[in-house]
Design a protein around this ligand. Sequence first.
Ligand code: C5P
Length: 220
Amino acid sequence: NIEQDLRGKKVLISAGGTREAIDPVRYIANRSSGKMGYALAKRALARGAEVTLVTGPTKLTPPAGVTTYEIQTAAELEEAMLTHYAKQDIVIMAAAVADYRVKTVAEQKIKKNAETWQLELVKNPDILKRLGELKREQVLVGFAAETTDLLAHATKKLQQKNADLLVANDVSRKDIGFGADDNEAWLLTRKNAPKATGKLKKTQLADLILSSALQLRGES
Ligand code: C5P
């Protein structure tokens, strides 16, 4: 029964983009809409899983029945993921995490003055990589949004982050990826050759990702 094939399974999903504060009124963000992560949460719930969603700010409403935690920064996202990680069967990092944050967040609004302004940034933790290091029984799923050399970059990420499944998509295309309802991806695993999904609704791609992860869970 495909409808309930995730019954008894715990699935942890991150979604949306993070926000890194500059001062009390400004932040650094990215183009993530959260649609892919929310589609995963919705489909995992429909298939019977116990779903935890950790989400950056989005315009979307979390599906009723999903335990949801709202975060803003990469540091908050990391903390939430680590808190819930140990008990999960499947963990999916669909969030677009800021790679850098502002080194010193100003307590007061920064006034405009000079003609140029340099912000100093420091690297954020790579959460997926950290989860890969701590991995035990969990099936770990990551994403790779690329504009060039999609498969080469994705293959490297699968290895370097110790993920079991990597979903790679070309974000230079307007019709798929950021903000769109459709997506077309490559699914990469450690054992098999990359598989192209063809163009799908994000909910259909979510089902494919969940099915692949469930299969890997069975093999582990
Ligand atoms: O290295 P890159 O950012 O392209 O890797 C993308 C994958 O890594 C996504 O699954 C994303 O959620 C995750 N990631 C992360 N922490 C970061 C950057 C990316 O978990 N600081």
